[in-house]
Design a protein around this ligand. Sequence first.
Ligand SMILES: Nc1ncnc2c1ncn2[C@@H]1O[C@H](COP(=O)(O)OP(=O)(O)OP(=O)(O)O)[C@@H](O)[C@H]1O
Ligand SMILES: [Mg+2]
Length: 369
Amino acid sequence: MLFAYGRVVTGKYFYDRTKMRSDIKKLIDGGQSFMLKAPRRYGKTSLIKQLLQNDNKTYFYTDFRKVPRLELFNKQLLEYAYSLMGIEGAIKQLLENAFTFLNSHRATVSVAVGIFEASVELFASNKSEEDKFVAILKLLDQISQEKNETIYIVFDEFQDVIKMSKDADIMELLRGEIQHHENICYMFAGSNMTMMTKVFENKKAPFYNFCRKKTLEPFDKEELGKEVVKAFKEKKIVFENDLIIKDLIERCGGHPANTMLVLQSIENHMEDEDIKMITKEIIDSCYKDARFEMNDLVVEYLKEIGNKEHLHDVIFRDANKQEHVLSASSLQQKRKALVDMGHLQKIDRGEYVIIDNFLRDELIEENKI
Ligand SMILES: Nc1ncnc2c1ncn2[C@@H]1O[C@H](COP(=O)(O)OP(=O)(O)OP(=O)(O)O)[C@@H](O)[C@H]1O
Ligand SMILES: [Mg+2]
């Protein structure tokens, strides 16, 4: 298999992104915290994991979309803190018997015994989860200082962190504590573009000016084109001419997941038919298959868009390059809503593109009916 779809991609499945890889690598190497925002399925998680794994870095990773409660998060983070102290499976041992845990690791733990003892005390205490959260972050800072090592922490889908606590502003708590951490590289990724902008770029926001800010753009069409040709060559498969691969990448709009889906479908087709020349007909047919596979998602998008007044009209006109009929302020408001929903991306003043090429295709087709 040359192309992977759906899961986080690293290693030989990772394409493109040379410039971004080099930019982010510099930040990671320098222990510089950063945020990375991009629409859904654009490759945020893959990019960060690829770089950390390439460098053989150990890191803590959590996806806030998947962590429903602060209590659970605290356990994960504490487990990681213990692994840095040289103890594996700590939480299970702690739950069984904190006293035994303390005694069996006191002599071998890789940080000052005082820090270790305080952490066990914290675990057993009946402090609120919010207080524990701050204390565990503090603990990580102490460990990084003790060991004089950078600690790498990835907070994925960071905009969802607020859902973890109803009692406190978790972002404020987090910012309040981690702003003092000199040896920890925090990486915040998120796909809710508006929320991420609000949290990191709004002057009144908790993370304003806290770290570097990066946006993951669509695939670089030229770079990807070359890599795709090379990858197929490994299997002695060639394109009939340069134009058809350029055209395909253009049609996918640089959308990473959709591009990979079409490429994988082409690869499978070539294998099934045992042929070596990719023609325009093959590309068209595989693109159609991929589009069909994503149809349910596109239908869902359209339903979501249709539920709010004028949104369909705005995105429909954008897709079909038609003049808008709404007033300037109304249009701006509707476009903002579409940006919030992850359907439109602003590329310049007053210039927007539809993020998902299959949604765009569907809207263009509607115009033909
Ligand atoms: N650099 C890349 N090379 C090849 N494929 C990629 C790359 N980046 C993304 N993809 C494709 O996009 C899919 C989604 O990637 P990933 O999960 O990293 O994105 P994400 O932005 O974190 O998505 P989500 O918002 O759903 O968490 C991958 O399964 C892969 O098919
Ligand atoms: Mg992700």
